[in-house]
Structures are given as C-alpha cells and as structure tokens.
Design a protein around this ligand. Structure first.
Ligand SMILES: [Zn+2]
Length: 248
C-alpha cells in the first residue's frame, strides 16, 4: 500500500506495516485512498488535472486514456459551476469506480426539508474532438444507446477555435429521440471564458469567468467523505489525505 508523509511529502510503497511512521519526520504517514466513496470539490478536480499537466505535459493530460476519469471530472466541474448559478448549491464530484456507467456522480446536499438529503445527478461525459466536424454526430451516437432516463449527457468540447451555436444544437435536439433527462455542452469560449449550456430540454446558456468560478469553488472543502451518525447523514472533510494521481 502507498503512504505519504504529510510533512516531508515522501511517498512510499509499504507492504507490511499498516500504520507506518516517516523515518525522517517521526510522524504517522497517511495511507492512499482511491476514488471510491470520495467526493471532490470542483476546485480539487480541476487542480488534479492541472497537476497531471504539470507532471506529464498538457498534451498528455488532455489526450491519454489513463487520465480520462480526471478529464471527465473537470468537465463535470464546469457543469457544476453552471448549475450553482441556478440554485446556489455546492456540488461535489464522485468518479464512478465500480460500474461502467455513469461516468460521474454529481452530488449536493439538500437541506430544504430540515435534514441532509443527498441529491445526485448521474452524468455521462463524452468528448467532442477535432476529428469530428459536427457536434451532433457525437450526440446522436450517444443518444442511440440505451441509458436510464434520469441520466445527464455532458458533451465536453475539447478544442478552442470553433464557434458553437447552442441555439442550433437545441433546435437539432428536438429532432432526436434522446434517452437523457438533460443534455449539456461545455467548453472554453475564450481566455478564461467558460461556456456552459443546456441544449435539451430547452436552451439555458451560461457565460462564466473561469477564474472567478475557481476562486469561489476554492472555498469548499476539497474532499469530503460520507459518514452515518444516528439517523442523519453527515459529511466531513477528509482532512489530510493522499489520493495518488494516475501515472505517478
Ligand atoms: Zn516525513
């Protein structure tokens, strides 16, 4: 199992000891967690892909299959920014590890009834990449497969420099038999400008300042984990934690 010293940052594979101490700092090391049951803030998800880009280069971070989950989490973070504009909720991202679908679960805690209710959106993320001229090709292909009717489809426009007309996509969506509850598109529309739109059912467009959104999202605890106490569902920050990046 992998352990990290929270003080010196030493990262080691340790086989037998379940509670190892750092030999240099004489403090207990933190064991690695994986994505299961971990909720990440949108900021944390974005910062992780940033770290991957710093380590492996931007091109690899944005194209290699081993970083796909992290890219999907970032696309979902952008969706979370837009959804927060509607209801002010604080969203958390869970990367699905056990099942093939959905790719991501987007959670928030609804306290309108006086106690904590977890509300979850199941999100399928699909990339729209350079070699496909028409975004509708990507959407049609996805819509031809069976999905539960409560799933969201999120199209991540992966390259800059192409104008996206959300109103046109919205019109085309009316001619498609879609299994999805809602379909969204996200991408950068300029430096620090994030465009996020719901294209079905009905058009809802958001033009967001990327840096402002990042600063906002930074206020949330980075990782939380669910715990059950009494009858309620409690969430607590995971505290110092070690979630190794893929490819490290
Ligand atoms: Zn140490």
């Amino acid at each position: 199992m992998r352990f990290l010293c929270p003080n010196c940052g030493q990262d080691q594979e340790i086989l037998l000891d379940r509670k190892p101490w750092c030999l240099v700092c004489h403090i207990e090391m933190i064991s690695a967690t994986d994505y299961s049951k971990v909720w990440m803030s949108p900021y944390f998800a974005i910062a992780r892909l940033q770290k991957i880009a710093e380590t492996h280069g931007t091109k690899r971070a944005l194209t290699e299959g081993r970083f796909k989950k992290e890219r999907e989490a970032v696309a979902t973070a952008f969706l979370a920014f837009a959804l927060s504009k509607l209801g002010g909720e604080k969203f958390y991202i869970e990367i699905e590890t056990a099942d093939n679908t959905p790719d991501i679960k987007l959670h928030h805690i609804d306290q309108s009834s006086g106690h904590n209710n977890i509300k979850t959106r199941s999100v399928e993320v699909v990339d729209w990449e350079e070699h496909v001229p028409d975004i509708m090709e990507v959407i049609r292909k996805k819509c031809s497969r069976p999905y539960p009717d409560y799933y969201f489809l999120l199209v991540s426009a992966r390259y800059a420099g192409r104008f996206i007309n959300f109103a046109n996509i919205c019109d085309e969506m009316k001619t498609i038999q879609s299994p999805f509850l809602e379909t969204w598109v996200t991408g950068f529309s300029g430096i620090n400008k994030l465009a996020v739109a719901r294209v079905a059912p009905g058009l809802l467009e958001f033009s967001l300042d990327y840096w402002d959104e990042l600063q906002n999202a930074k206020q949330q605890p980075e990782i939380v984990r669910r715990g059950i106490r009494g009858t309620g569902t409690e969430f607590y920050p995971l505290g110092p934690s070690f979630l190794p990046l893929p490819g490290d």
